[in-house]
Design a protein around this ligand. Structure first.
Ligand code: NI
Length: 170
């Protein structure tokens, strides 16, 4: 079922999520709700704290984006960068509607996680939108939004822009 998205600056977006230990029916339901919520908002990734759940769970579907290959839930994901340099790319976020910012990300990563049944998932040499999206969502699980990754000057600019956008919506 579709859930409400938590918008910045809600403090839950800056709260670290907890590892999942039970791969129960409740977890399956959470994963389903997260996919429903992501698709309903035309997103390509979502972290559990973006619907108010402090669990280490993300969902991704990058298959409609050029170069994207992932349609998968990740429980307790761990990312390892495969390069020592960064690339800046524009990103959006469902918790910051209408806002796009350039963030430094590793161009290639690998990810280890479980699926919702507890089965091990390992994906090596992910690049492009897959790598960006994974880093963005795992940041959410650590209580970090893309806003937190900006310089102080950029923060000022984007905070003003975003507040104006929100006001216009009301
Ligand atoms: Ni996001």
């Amino acid at each position: 079922m579709k859930k409400d998205i938590v918008y910045w600056p809600d403090p839950i977006l800056n709260t670290k999520t907890k590892d999942v230990s039970k791969f129960s029916e409740l977890l399956h339901e959470l994963v389903e709700d997260m996919f429903d919520t992501m698709y309903a908002n035309n997103g390509i990734g979502l972290a559990a704290n973006q619907i108010g759940k402090l669990q280490r769970v993300i969902v991704l579907d990058t298959t409609e984006v050029v170069g994207g290959t992932i349609k998968q839930e990740f429980i307790n994901p761990i990312i390892t960068p495969l390069s020592s340099y960064f690339k800046k790319e524009k990103e959006g976020c469902l918790s910051f509607p209408g806002t796009y910012v350039s963030v430094n990300r590793h161009p290639y990563v690998k990810v280890t996680a479980s699926d919702k049944t507890g089965q091990l998932i390992e994906m090596d040499m992910l690049g492009g939108i897959d790598a960006i999206c994974l880093q963005h969502e795992v940041d959410h699980l650590d209580g970090i939004t893309f806003y937190d990754r900006l310089s102080p000057v950029q923060k000022q600019i984007y905070a003003n822009k975003f507040r104006k956008l929100k006001k216009r919506k009301k």
